[in-house]
Design a protein around this ligand. Structure first.
Ligand code: HEM
Length: 427
């Protein structure tokens, strides 16, 4: 039951939030509440207003600065000397979830170098046949169905099976990872209610215990997997503490599936709502690589990053003080008309400047080559199997701030004649 203090706070919090947003509007003509239903459902109209009216926006609600233009965000992400990742958010401190994402050199360099070998483009290319097999196996599993939720049947199990195999955890535990991973991914959101904080803490604890069990088994019998490699690094001493080992495993398991699931889901939705682009891709499957980059730009699975200024700096004519937090709206940078022609148009053949969806600089996404390859394989397999993919109902969006994706994407599908029925893939 809520205490009287909590009831009092809950009753007045929305008023306080509204007052802060009104203050923002008076100051700058726009207000930005990253957790509002309007922003979660479609942030792009607000991003446009922010880029036009107040691209370096003082957020009274979070006591931070929101950057909306590519030209401001790109240099901030590249400049780790002046903009730190280390100030983990209040949420991360409360939930005890701090990983290489939230560290600066030299600790960041040390942790990243321990796992980076497994994610080089060459190492990832070796996984291609295996990932193709998993994709075909999953689509076999739904062969014959006319209506399917593509998120639970395909977009989620594909990346989670891949990262589970790379780490060395049993993919058959996939259903329990899903719950933990959903809860833990909330921890990167800058604002979280107490109930969600409790869920993150519980999931962190349970996933930590789960990994302890696997680590015990690998100590007795090492295998050729990332868990055994990280364990060897821990045992050598100085390279990795036990807490860092667990937080790295949690980061890889969660980062390895939440984001790629959103890329496959958001990309499929983009194709369904842009039938001419879907047809273009069907006619020229050689465009899959550039289509995936365009899905990343058009509706980025990660919408915002955070940094803290280490010194006083000026951005877009505004003075940012040392210690103040910056929210970099990469979803907005990706729609910046100063950089992308017709930014609100989906064009799977788009060329030119790259999107910011994998970040920039020393924290540039470690899993970018893996995510792109998984998505290319996923779209190739989907379009080869189905001659028609149409929305069966309104997609259901996940209520998250940093990550943008769907929990349900129900579609009606018609199998392509050449691939009707199962093709007999096994794992
Ligand atoms: C579409 C899929 C993905 C997107 C959009 C994405 C996005 C990002 C972004 C924006 C960052 C930088 C965060 C920052 O600068 O603060 C990042 C970092 C990271 N990503 Fe990804 N990611 C994706 C897939 C993956 C996959 C498949 C993995 C593999 C396990 C992965 C592992 C990581 C790790 C470990 C980091 C931290 C790197 C560091 O701090 O040096 N990501 N990702």
């Amino acid at each position: 039951m809520n205490s009287p203090a909590a009831l009092f706070r809950n009753a007045f919090e929305p008023i306080a939030v509204r007052a802060l947003l009104a203050w923002e509007r008076i100051e700058s003509g726009v207000s930005y509440h990253p957790g509002s239903s309007a922003v979660i459902s479609d942030p792009y109209p607000l991003y446009r207003r922010m880029r036009r009216n107040d691209p370096v926006h003082r957020m009274r609600l979070m006591n931070a600065w929101a950057l909306a233009r590519y030209r401001d965000i790109d240099p901030v992400l590249r400049d780790h000397a002046r903009f730190s990742s280390a100030a983990a958010t209040d949420v991360q401190v409360k939930t005890g979830l701090v990983s290489m994402l939230d560290l600066d050199p030299p600790d960041h360099t040390r942790l990243r170098s321990l796992v980076s070998q497994a994610f080089t483009p060459r190492a990832i290319e070796r996984l291609r046949p295996r990932i193709e097999r998993i994709a075909e196996y999953l689509l076999d599993g739904i062969a014959g169905r006319e209506r399917v939720n593509l998120i639970s049947a395909f977009a989620y199990p594909l990346p989670v099976t891949v990262i589970a195999e790379m780490l060395g955890v049993p993919p058959e535990d996939m259903d329990i990872f899903n719950g933990w991973s959903n809860d833990i991914s909330l921890s990167i959101d800058p604002i979280l209610d107490p109930g969600s904080i409790a869920r993150v803490k519980r999931a962190r604890h349970e996933l930590g215990e789960y990994f302890e069990g696997i680590l015990d088994r690998r100590r007795r019998a090492p295998r050729d997997d990332m868990i055994s490699d990280l364990l060897a690094a821990e045992e050598e001493g100085e390279k990795l503490t036990h807490d860092e080992l667990i937080s790295t495993l949690i980061l890889l398991l969660v980062a390895g599936n939440e984001t790629t699931r959103n890329l496959i889901g958001n990309g499929t939705l983009a194709l369904i709502t842009h039938p001419a682009q879907m047809q273009r891709l069907r006619e020229d499957p050689g465009m899959t690589g550039s289509a995936v980059k365009e899905f990343l730009r058009f509706d980025s699975p990660v919408q915002i990053n955070g940094r803290t200024a280490r010194c006083d700096v000026e951005i877009g004519g505004k003075r940012i003080r040392a210690g103040q937090e910056l929210i970099t709206l990469i979803g907005s940078a990706n729609r910046d008309p100063d950089v992308f022609e017709d930014p609100d148009t989906l064009d799977i053949g788009r060329r030119g400047t790259g999107h910011l969806s994998f970040g920039r600089g020393i924290h540039y996404c470690l899993g970018a080559p893996l995510a792109e390859m998984e998505a290319c394989i996923a779209f190739t397999a989907l379009l080869r199997r189905y001659s028609s993919i149409r929305l069966a109902s309104e997609p259901v969006r996940r209520r998250q701030i940093v990550l943008r994706g769907l929990s349900e994407l129900w579609v009606d599908v018609e199998p392509a004649r050449s691939t009707a029925g199962r093709s007999g893939w096994t794992l």
